[in-house]
Design a protein around this ligand. Structure first.
Ligand SMILES: [Ca+2]
Length: 228
Protein backbone atom coordinates (compact mmCIF):
# COMPACT_ATOMS: atom_id res chain seq x y z
CA UNK A 1 0.00 0.00 0.00
CA UNK A 2 1.38 3.39 -0.92
CA UNK A 3 2.17 5.73 1.95
CA UNK A 4 -0.23 8.46 0.85
CA UNK A 5 -3.14 6.03 0.81
CA UNK A 6 -3.19 6.33 4.59
CA UNK A 7 -3.98 10.02 4.26
CA UNK A 8 -7.34 8.94 2.93
CA UNK A 9 -7.87 5.76 4.94
CA UNK A 10 -6.82 6.97 8.38
CA UNK A 11 -9.34 9.82 8.79
CA UNK A 12 -12.10 7.40 7.76
CA UNK A 13 -10.97 4.89 10.37
CA UNK A 14 -10.86 7.62 13.02
CA UNK A 15 -14.38 8.77 12.17
CA UNK A 16 -15.66 5.19 12.33
CA UNK A 17 -13.99 4.64 15.70
CA UNK A 18 -15.50 7.85 16.98
CA UNK A 19 -18.90 6.84 15.74
CA UNK A 20 -18.74 3.51 17.52
CA UNK A 21 -17.35 4.97 20.74
CA UNK A 22 -20.55 6.90 21.43
CA UNK A 23 -22.97 4.07 21.83
CA UNK A 24 -26.68 4.24 22.55
CA UNK A 25 -27.37 4.75 26.21
CA UNK A 26 -24.29 6.85 26.97
CA UNK A 27 -25.51 9.61 29.24
CA UNK A 28 -25.10 13.36 28.83
CA UNK A 29 -22.62 13.58 31.71
CA UNK A 30 -20.47 10.83 30.18
CA UNK A 31 -20.41 12.68 26.85
CA UNK A 32 -19.46 15.93 28.61
CA UNK A 33 -16.52 14.09 30.21
CA UNK A 34 -15.45 12.89 26.77
CA UNK A 35 -15.65 16.49 25.53
CA UNK A 36 -13.39 17.64 28.38
CA UNK A 37 -10.89 14.92 27.47
CA UNK A 38 -10.90 15.95 23.83
CA UNK A 39 -10.40 19.59 24.79
CA UNK A 40 -7.41 18.76 27.01
CA UNK A 41 -5.87 16.57 24.32
CA UNK A 42 -6.17 19.45 21.85
CA UNK A 43 -4.68 21.95 24.31
CA UNK A 44 -1.71 19.64 24.82
CA UNK A 45 -1.15 19.55 21.11
CA UNK A 46 -2.11 15.89 20.79
CA UNK A 47 -4.48 16.49 17.92
CA UNK A 48 -4.88 18.88 15.02
CA UNK A 49 -7.45 21.65 15.08
CA UNK A 50 -9.31 19.90 12.30
CA UNK A 51 -9.54 16.65 14.29
CA UNK A 52 -10.52 18.55 17.43
CA UNK A 53 -13.41 20.29 15.66
CA UNK A 54 -14.46 17.02 14.06
CA UNK A 55 -14.60 15.20 17.41
CA UNK A 56 -16.28 18.06 19.16
CA UNK A 57 -18.96 18.33 16.49
CA UNK A 58 -19.68 14.63 16.76
CA UNK A 59 -19.96 14.71 20.55
CA UNK A 60 -22.16 17.81 20.46
CA UNK A 61 -24.49 15.99 18.10
CA UNK A 62 -24.55 12.93 20.38
CA UNK A 63 -25.26 15.17 23.37
CA UNK A 64 -28.55 16.32 21.86
CA UNK A 65 -30.14 12.88 21.99
CA UNK A 66 -28.26 11.29 24.93
CA UNK A 67 -30.36 10.36 27.97
CA UNK A 68 -29.91 12.13 31.29
CA UNK A 69 -28.07 9.89 33.73
CA UNK A 70 -30.14 8.19 36.43
CA UNK A 71 -29.42 9.58 39.91
CA UNK A 72 -27.41 7.09 41.98
CA UNK A 73 -29.66 4.79 44.01
CA UNK A 74 -28.98 4.67 47.71
CA UNK A 75 -28.35 1.19 49.08
CA UNK A 76 -31.20 1.35 51.58
CA UNK A 77 -33.68 1.89 48.75
CA UNK A 78 -32.65 -1.15 46.77
CA UNK A 79 -35.13 -4.02 46.90
CA UNK A 80 -34.08 -7.12 45.07
CA UNK A 81 -36.67 -9.44 43.65
CA UNK A 82 -35.49 -12.88 44.77
CA UNK A 83 -37.48 -14.64 42.05
CA UNK A 84 -35.47 -15.18 38.88
CA UNK A 85 -37.42 -15.00 35.66
CA UNK A 86 -40.54 -14.13 37.64
CA UNK A 87 -42.20 -12.81 34.49
CA UNK A 88 -41.45 -16.05 32.55
CA UNK A 89 -39.98 -14.06 29.66
CA UNK A 90 -36.63 -15.87 29.56
CA UNK A 91 -36.86 -19.23 27.98
CA UNK A 92 -34.60 -21.02 25.55
CA UNK A 93 -36.24 -24.13 24.11
CA UNK A 94 -32.81 -25.46 23.13
CA UNK A 95 -31.59 -25.73 26.70
CA UNK A 96 -32.65 -27.78 29.70
CA UNK A 97 -35.94 -26.91 31.33
CA UNK A 98 -34.20 -25.86 34.52
CA UNK A 99 -32.52 -23.00 32.61
CA UNK A 100 -35.75 -21.06 32.92
CA UNK A 101 -34.94 -20.89 36.65
CA UNK A 102 -38.23 -22.61 37.37
CA UNK A 103 -38.67 -26.27 38.24
CA UNK A 104 -41.75 -28.28 37.52
CA UNK A 105 -43.04 -31.78 37.46
CA UNK A 106 -45.24 -33.92 35.21
CA UNK A 107 -48.47 -32.42 34.15
CA UNK A 108 -46.89 -29.08 33.57
CA UNK A 109 -47.08 -27.12 30.51
CA UNK A 110 -44.97 -24.05 30.63
CA UNK A 111 -44.97 -21.48 28.00
CA UNK A 112 -44.50 -23.58 24.14
CA UNK A 113 -44.63 -26.46 25.50
CA UNK A 114 -44.61 -23.11 26.20
CA UNK A 115 -47.41 -20.92 25.09
CA UNK A 116 -46.44 -17.54 23.83
CA UNK A 117 -49.57 -16.92 25.49
CA UNK A 118 -51.81 -15.65 22.80
CA UNK A 119 -50.31 -12.21 22.32
CA UNK A 120 -51.32 -9.74 24.94
CA UNK A 121 -52.53 -12.38 27.33
CA UNK A 122 -49.61 -12.12 29.75
CA UNK A 123 -49.90 -9.81 32.73
CA UNK A 124 -46.38 -8.55 32.30
CA UNK A 125 -44.30 -8.70 29.10
CA UNK A 126 -45.25 -11.30 26.49
CA UNK A 127 -45.21 -14.63 28.30
CA UNK A 128 -46.57 -16.23 31.41
CA UNK A 129 -46.66 -19.70 32.92
CA UNK A 130 -49.59 -21.91 32.16
CA UNK A 131 -50.60 -24.82 34.34
CA UNK A 132 -53.08 -27.02 32.60
CA UNK A 133 -54.90 -29.81 34.26
CA UNK A 134 -55.48 -32.35 31.50
CA UNK A 135 -55.99 -35.50 33.51
CA UNK A 136 -56.90 -36.14 37.09
CA UNK A 137 -57.25 -32.97 39.03
CA UNK A 138 -54.63 -31.60 41.26
CA UNK A 139 -51.12 -31.57 42.45
CA UNK A 140 -49.26 -30.42 39.46
CA UNK A 141 -47.30 -27.24 39.44
CA UNK A 142 -43.95 -25.53 39.61
CA UNK A 143 -41.46 -24.49 42.21
CA UNK A 144 -38.48 -22.23 42.69
CA UNK A 145 -34.84 -23.18 43.09
CA UNK A 146 -33.66 -23.31 46.70
CA UNK A 147 -33.12 -19.99 48.50
CA UNK A 148 -30.59 -19.65 51.32
CA UNK A 149 -31.90 -17.95 54.47
CA UNK A 150 -29.53 -15.05 55.01
CA UNK A 151 -31.15 -13.39 58.00
CA UNK A 152 -32.41 -14.90 61.24
CA UNK A 153 -36.22 -14.92 61.43
CA UNK A 154 -36.45 -13.39 57.96
CA UNK A 155 -39.88 -12.63 56.53
CA UNK A 156 -40.68 -12.75 52.86
CA UNK A 157 -43.45 -11.10 50.92
CA UNK A 158 -44.37 -13.04 47.81
CA UNK A 159 -46.72 -11.56 45.22
CA UNK A 160 -47.95 -13.01 41.95
CA UNK A 161 -50.68 -12.41 39.42
CA UNK A 162 -53.07 -15.20 38.52
CA UNK A 163 -55.88 -15.82 36.11
CA UNK A 164 -57.74 -19.02 35.26
CA UNK A 165 -60.62 -20.97 33.85
CA UNK A 166 -63.39 -22.36 36.10
CA UNK A 167 -62.43 -25.10 38.49
CA UNK A 168 -58.86 -23.98 39.09
CA UNK A 169 -57.38 -23.79 42.55
CA UNK A 170 -53.86 -22.72 43.40
CA UNK A 171 -52.00 -23.44 46.61
CA UNK A 172 -48.84 -21.47 47.23
CA UNK A 173 -46.56 -22.82 49.93
CA UNK A 174 -43.22 -21.98 51.49
CA UNK A 175 -41.53 -25.29 52.22
CA UNK A 176 -38.29 -26.41 53.80
CA UNK A 177 -37.05 -24.02 56.48
CA UNK A 178 -39.75 -21.39 55.89
CA UNK A 179 -43.46 -21.51 56.51
CA UNK A 180 -46.42 -19.72 54.95
CA UNK A 181 -49.15 -20.56 52.49
CA UNK A 182 -52.20 -19.34 50.67
CA UNK A 183 -55.00 -20.77 48.51
CA UNK A 184 -56.43 -18.88 45.56
CA UNK A 185 -58.74 -19.20 42.59
CA UNK A 186 -57.92 -17.43 39.34
CA UNK A 187 -60.78 -15.65 37.60
CA UNK A 188 -61.17 -14.32 34.05
CA UNK A 189 -59.12 -11.20 34.86
CA UNK A 190 -55.58 -11.02 36.24
CA UNK A 191 -55.48 -10.47 39.98
CA UNK A 192 -52.63 -10.01 42.39
CA UNK A 193 -52.29 -12.28 45.40
CA UNK A 194 -49.85 -12.16 48.31
CA UNK A 195 -48.37 -14.80 50.59
CA UNK A 196 -46.11 -14.10 53.55
CA UNK A 197 -43.38 -16.58 54.43
CA UNK A 198 -41.40 -16.78 57.67
CA UNK A 199 -38.05 -18.45 58.11
CA UNK A 200 -37.74 -20.98 60.93
CA UNK A 201 -35.46 -19.76 63.75
CA UNK A 202 -32.54 -21.96 62.76
CA UNK A 203 -33.53 -22.34 59.13
CA UNK A 204 -30.97 -22.42 56.34
CA UNK A 205 -32.94 -22.86 53.09
CA UNK A 206 -36.39 -23.01 51.54
CA UNK A 207 -38.32 -23.18 48.29
CA UNK A 208 -41.70 -21.90 47.21
CA UNK A 209 -44.17 -24.30 45.55
CA UNK A 210 -47.15 -23.44 43.37
CA UNK A 211 -49.56 -26.37 43.32
CA UNK A 212 -52.54 -26.53 41.06
CA UNK A 213 -55.06 -28.55 43.03
CA UNK A 214 -58.11 -27.97 40.86
CA UNK A 215 -59.10 -28.47 37.24
CA UNK A 216 -59.01 -26.25 34.18
CA UNK A 217 -56.14 -23.94 33.32
CA UNK A 218 -54.31 -21.45 35.46
CA UNK A 219 -51.91 -18.71 34.37
CA UNK A 220 -49.24 -17.15 36.56
CA UNK A 221 -47.12 -14.07 35.85
CA UNK A 222 -45.01 -11.36 37.47
CA UNK A 223 -43.91 -13.34 40.53
CA UNK A 224 -41.94 -11.25 43.01
CA UNK A 225 -40.52 -11.95 46.43
CA UNK A 226 -38.77 -9.52 48.75
CA UNK A 227 -37.27 -10.00 52.15
CA UNK A 228 -39.13 -7.67 54.50
CA1 LIG B 1 -44.52 -12.24 31.77
Amino acid sequence: MRKDVWKVVLPTVVVLLLATSVVTGVTKSEIRKQMEGVKKAYQRGLMTEERYKQKLAYLEEALKTAPEGEPPVKDENVRINMIQNGSFEDFNPNTGKWRSRWMWWNGWKWGGDYVNNKAGDAKDGKLCAEIKCTGRKGRIGLFTPEFPILKKDAEYELTLWIKGTPGNRLNVAFEGDARGNGAFTGGPEWKKVTVIGKAKPKGTKFRVYFYMVGTGTLWIDDVQMYMK
